[in-house]
Design a protein. Structure first.
Length: 177
């Protein structure tokens, strides 16, 4: 598939969805993407409450209707009762990619011992890669710096657009042919 990539940014937060809290994390993800991606792309951005059926609906819509090749979620990955983003992600995905969560927790453990409480996962729905990220901008950066090198190639493999990066910031890895 060629053309401009559509990338979804989904913030999961009760307070941000009610307008009581500024969505710093979602905005940070958008800034990160604008900083590292050099190929044309557009952002599809949403904020939803911590409600599993609403999260699932947003993921399905962004994947199937908006045709995002990548959806990055932020929030709802901890152990609190209302943290249900991984469960919603698992429900809508056809394949899980456990290496993403494993790597994100591993690099986060170098920063804080509570990284073991994070439950972020990643998976594939059709031709969309969905990656759960933590809720704090510094943690988001650590996780994206670790996993983003594999994201463009993963999108290639599932039939998405060819995404290029600023190699001084994030070097996308693609095996030589």
């Amino acid at each position: 598939m060629q053309g401009k990539a559509k990338i979804g940014v989904l913030t999961v937060s009760d307070r941000a969805s009610r307008g009581e809290y500024e969505d710093i994390s979602g905005r940070y993800i958008i800034e990160y993407l604008n900083d590292v991606i050099t190929s044309p792309f557009e952002i599809v951005y949403r904020i939803v409450p911590d409600e599993r059926d609403i999260i699932e609906g947003a993921l399905v819509h962004m994947s199937d209707i908006d045709k995002c090749c990548l959806i990055l979620t932020t929030g709802g990955t901890g152990p609190a009762p209302r943290d249900v983003t991984p469960e919603a992600t698992q429900t809508v995905c056809e394949k899980l990619l456990p290496g993403f969560g494993e790597l994100m927790r591993s690099v986060s453990l170098n920063q804080v011992p509570t990284a073991i409480l994070s439950r972020q996962i990643a998976g594939i729905r059709g031709s969309t890669l969905i990656v759960n990220l933590p809720g704090k901008p510094q943690s988001i950066k650590v996780c994206l710096d670790a996993v983003f090198p594999a994201i463009p190639y993963c999108i290639d493999l599932i039939g998405g657009p060819y995404i290029t990066t600023d190699e001084k910031k994030v070097k996308a890895f693609r095996p030589s042919k």
